[in-house]
Every structure is written in C-alpha cells, then in structure tokens.
Design a protein around this ligand. Structure first.
Ligand code: KG4
Ligand code: ZN
Length: 347
C-alpha cells in the first residue's frame, strides 16, 4: 500500500501519448503528466488515418512524448514503478512502435512491463477520475469503437452490444465529408447543428426495431447521402442552412439510437444487482453535448449515477493506459519482454 507510479504509453491510432499517473496510499489517483501529440495535420490530406504515416510518426514521437511526460512529472525513469503500454487493439504499426519503446524502457531501467488493452483503458477511466466501484456500465463511443459494457473488474468486461458496422465518430466524420462540413466531423457537425432544424430531414433510427443492444450507423450515413443528393438535384448544391439542418437531423438520430440502446443495457445491468448503479461514457463522441445530455437524462431517470470524464480523458490519451497499468499491477498482472502487439484484441 505504498505509492505506485506508472508511466503509460499510447500509440494505437493517431495520437502519440505518454503520461505518468500515481496512485497514492489512500487510493487517490494523481495524473502527474499527460502528453498527447496528435497527428491530424499529417493525415488531413488523405481523409483518414494512413497507417504507414501513423506508424512512422509514432516511432519518431514516442521518445519525445516519454521525455516530456517525465519532465512534466518532475521524475526520472528510475522513480517509475512500472511501464504500461497499449498492446492492442489498433493499427499494428503504431501498437508495435509503442510496445517496442516500452520494452526498451523496461529492459533498460529494469522495470516491470504491463501490456494494456486500449479498450480497457477507456473503460477504466471512470475509476481514475471518479473512483467508480465495480460493476458499472460503460458506453464507449469513439471514432473506432462503439460498445456497451458492464465493467465487473479491471479484467472482466461483459459486452452487451455494439455497432455492427461503423463507429458513431466515424459516421460523424463521414457525414461531415458528405455534406461539406470540415473535419474533424464530430465537433464541426455539433457546431452546425446548433442553428439547425432537426425535424426538416427524416433520418432513420437503425436497429431500434430489433431487440438487444447492437447498433448500426452506416444506414444513417446512406440516408444523409440521399438527402444531400436530393438537395443537389433540386437546387444545385447545399446552402449553409441545409448543412446545419442535416447536421441537426443526423446528430439527433445518433443521440436517439445511443440513448435507446443504452436504456436496454441499463435494464441488463440492473439485473446484475449493482449496489451503487452508475454509468460512464468514454470516447471522443462523449464530447458531444447533445448526446451527453440525452444520456445523462436517461441515466438519471433510471436511477443511475452518470459519470463523464473530462474531454481530454475521453479521447485517446496515455493517462488511461497508465491507470489501467496500475490496476493490473495491483492484481499482479505483469508481462515480460515477450509481450506481443495485437491488432485485434477483444475485451
Ligand atoms: O476517442 P477518439 O479521440 O479517438 C478514437 O476514435 O479512438 O474519438 C475521435 C472521434 C472522431 O470520430 C470525432 O469526430 C469524434 O470522436 N468526436 C465527436 C465530437 N468530438 C469528437 N463526435 C461528435 N461530437 C463531438 N463533439
Ligand atoms: Zn480510443
């Protein structure tokens, strides 16, 4: 029950991140530093993350991120108790860069190495920020993921459902591209939607007619495309108000789907008999205020505490990896230098 200080590394998508997190003897968590280098500008011309470019950028930026994280935490590598790294799932080149960097640090400084599942990192963040007790419900919604999970322990996650096609953030980004709203699609669609009329275009609510917690967002994208094409045929193009109305319609459809599927997950979760029922959101889409508020209202209606970590801890970061590392370390789950990078790694 001493202090535990872990350096975390994250490089599974398009952010190179390093962070130092300390768990104090009284159980509180302190983020001593959290450095995130985005790569958006490197991929901007390509309309998506280019794995090859991402991997090279991670390889050259990881060292810098680690140095900066240690400097900001005012610690040397020697003062670190363990090194945690995202070992998957993600773009394999990036994950390998991170795992190799972590192995080098662990071997060089004789520190324990801990491989962390990126999704577990997201799902455990509410314990870092709000000391949430197990079991709690998590809605993980980002550019790459969409899952409803019951977090039973730091190593047990029960998947209740998820997307059968696109992740919601991916749909935000694709719809933005379709209707001429600039990237990143999520925040820009949210901004456009503020002055939009959500009722002007009727978009579907996919899979709400089917039982269970699975979701689908690619049909929404197709419906937005059809609405756009009809506007182009009728008036030659899209006016700013059309973009705002389409944005509002799309955002409301995503919010409705997420809320109704989450509602079903709440029913399954309450059946488990949690003593202090709570739901946490994680992932970049949790930054969306309409979605966040809609989820919060439903959760509160159903008697659940609602936890939304600060935005910087919702999107990809290394503090969540360091924290997940702390949780694993406390369970005695340490890896050795044979730790493999895994492109696929279900929770
Ligand atoms: O968690 P994240 O940073 O990266 C991963 O995908 O793992 O999430 C990024 C995604 C992007 O697709 C972005 O468009 C979406 O989250 N996003 C949003 C908002 N801010 C970011 N989606 C809707 N509304 C937002 N305000
Ligand atoms: Zn992520």
């Amino acid at each position: 029950t001493n202090n535990l200080t872990v350096l975390g590394l994250e490089s599974s998508c398009d952010d190179t991140a390093a962070a130092v997190v300390r768990r104090t003897a009284d159980g509180a968590a302190d983020i001593l530093s959290s450095v995130v280098f985005g790569q958006a500008d490197l991929h901007a011309d390509f309309g998506g993350v280019v794995p090859e470019i991402a991997a090279r950028a991670h390889a050259s930026k990881l060292d810098v991120a680690v140095k900066q994280a240690l400097t900001e935490a005012d610690l040397t590598l020697n003062a670190i108790d363990a090194i945690a790294v995202t070992a998957g799932p993600g773009l394999i080149g990036g994950v390998m860069s991170g795992v190799m960097c972590a192995k080098g640090l662990a071997a060089g400084a004789s520190k324990p190495l801990i491989g962390v599942n990126h999704l577990a990192g997201h799902a455990l963040t509410p314990r870092l920020t709000d000391q949430l007790n197990f079991p709690y419900l998590v809605l993980l919604v980002s550019g790459g993921h969409c899952q409803l999970l019951i977090a039973r322990s730091a190593t047990e996650f029960m998947r209740l459902g998820g997307t059968i096609d696109d992740a919601p953030g991916e749909a935000f980004d694709k719809v933005a591209k379709l209707i001429g709203v600039s990237q990143p699609g999520g925040p820009n669609i949210e901004r456009a939607a503020k002055t939009g009329d959500a009722t002007r275009f009727q978009l579907p609510r996919p899979l709400l007619d089917r039982p269970g917690c699975d979701m689908s967002f690619s049909g929404l994208k197709t419906a937005a495309l059809r609405a756009r094409d009809a506007l182009i045929a009728a008036q030659g193009g899209l006016q700013p108000q059309d973009q705002c109305d389409l944005s509002a319609a799309f955002q409301s459809a995503v919010a409705d789907v997420l809320v109704e599927k989450t509602d079903r997950a709440i029913t399954a979760y309450l059946d488990v008999g949690p003593r202090s029922p709570a739901i946490a959101v994680a992932g970049g889409v949790a930054a969306n205020m309409q979605i966040r508020h809609a989820l919060e209202n439903r959760a509160t209606d159903r008697g659940l505490r609602f936890v939304a970590p600060p935005l910087a801890l919702c999107t990809d970061n290394a503090a969540m990896i360091a924290w997940a590392g702390i949780e694993r370390y406390q369970l005695g789950l340490v890896d050795d230098l044979t730790l493999a990078a895994r492109p696929r790694w279900p929770l």
